[in-house]
Design a protein around this ligand. Structure first.
Ligand SMILES: NC(=O)c1ccc[n+]([C@@H]2O[C@H](COP(=O)([O-])OP(=O)(O)OC[C@H]3O[C@@H](n4cnc5c(N)ncnc54)[C@H](OP(=O)(O)O)[C@@H]3O)[C@@H](O)[C@H]2O)c1
Length: 288
């Protein structure tokens, strides 16, 4: 059986829906803290086993992983120390109940120490998986393209896309594509020990994205760079991101500004056999 953690999350949703187009619902187990949510109940109705599971409660993880052969662990949005603790709980539970292969959703260039969540969560989690004795696949995700359009209505209404970086290019990829590729890894007989870095086939600067938005949505959009150091306050004031989480993204944004995420790989196509959505297709998919 295949297990996906955190069923109510957006990335989990993309993985689960992709899996359900290709495997019988009965072969899928999903974990969630909220088995009563609308989506959890819908999945139960479709024949998926929905099990209560919380990274903070190892006993719930051991229960939820019973009979599971391959498990995808998706990190949470908690603070970095908590997230690492959660991931280590998940790895230990997988080991204890005999899961054969774990898949971990990591982050682009997780080795870069300037990115706080990579240094404190993703890299130590990857290392713990490597020495766990479990079969494994690491999926290093580029920045979600979705984070460029989280406030699309406001961007189009004001004609201004505000983000850090500016001229530096960064790798992005659509979260739905990442769901397709993760599902593919979970379904197939994947050899252990591979790390994939998933990106679109081209990198993008904020200015280039704004120009493309103007074209795709037929509305003028200009780019306005927010300095990395001011980005946390912007996220908190405009989007309500908790300050402790927002402040931990400064290093990530400085890393973007320094051009360290200007990376293109063919790994997505290597996994799925198809090209990922490019930025134009991604934006076009949002047109109403
Ligand atoms: N590459 C990127 O640019 C990028 C961008 C944003 C985020 N991320 C990472 O990708 C992850 C998924 O993103 P998303 O957009 O799908 O986030 P999301 O929609 O906010 O989902 C967060 C998930 O965390 C789960 N969760 C929270 N606390 C948990 C706990 N104690 N135990 C088990 N699960 C718990 C929730 O599941 P239930 O409610 O069902 O329990 C939910 O699935 C994020 O958490 C973050 O680590 C990457």
């Amino acid at each position: 059986m295949i297990f996906v953690s955190g069923a109510n999350g957006q990335f989990a949703h993309a993985v689960i829906e992709s899996l359900l187009t290709q495997v019988p619902a009965a072969s899928l187990v999903v974990g969630t803290r909220n088995t009563g949510s609308a989506y959890a109940r819908q999945l139960t109705g479709r024949g998926v086993q929905v099990r209560e599971s919380d990274f903070m409660r190892p006993a719930s993880l051991r229960e939820a992983l019973q009979g599971v052969r391959k498990a995808l662990f998706i990190p949470t949005y908690d603070t970095n120390d908590v997230r690492l603790h959660q991931n280590l709980n998940a790895i230990e539970a997988a080991r204890e109940v005999g899961v054969e292969h774990v898949v971990y959703a990591s982050f682009l260039r997780a080795e870069l120490p300037t990115v706080e969540h990579s240094r404190l969560v993703h890299l130590p989690t990857e290392q713990a998986i490597r020495v766990s004795g479990l079969g494994f696949t690491i999926l290093r995700h580029a920045l979600y393209a979705d984070i460029l359009v989280g406030d699309l209505a406001q961007t189009l209404a004001t004609g201004v896309l505000r983000r850090p970086s500016g001229t530096a290019r960064s790798a992005y990829i659509a979260r739905t594509d990442l769901g397709v590729s993760a599902a593919r890894i979970l379904m197939r007989n994947e050899p252990s020990g591979r790390t994939y870095t998933e990106t679109m086939e081209q990198t993008w600067s904020g200015e280039e994205v704004a120009a493309l938005m103007s074209e795709v949505f037929a509305k003028p959009v200009r780019f306005e760079a927010v300095p990395a150091a001011q980005w946390p306050a912007y996220m908190t004031d405009n989007w309500g991101v908790p300050p402790e989480l927002a402040v931990s993204t400064i290093g990530t944004m400085q890393t973007v500004e320094a051009g360290h995420f200007d990376v293109v790989t063919g790994d997505y196509a290597r996994i799925t056999g198809n090209a990922p959505l490019d930025m134009r297709q991604f934006l076009q998919s949002l047109r109403t």
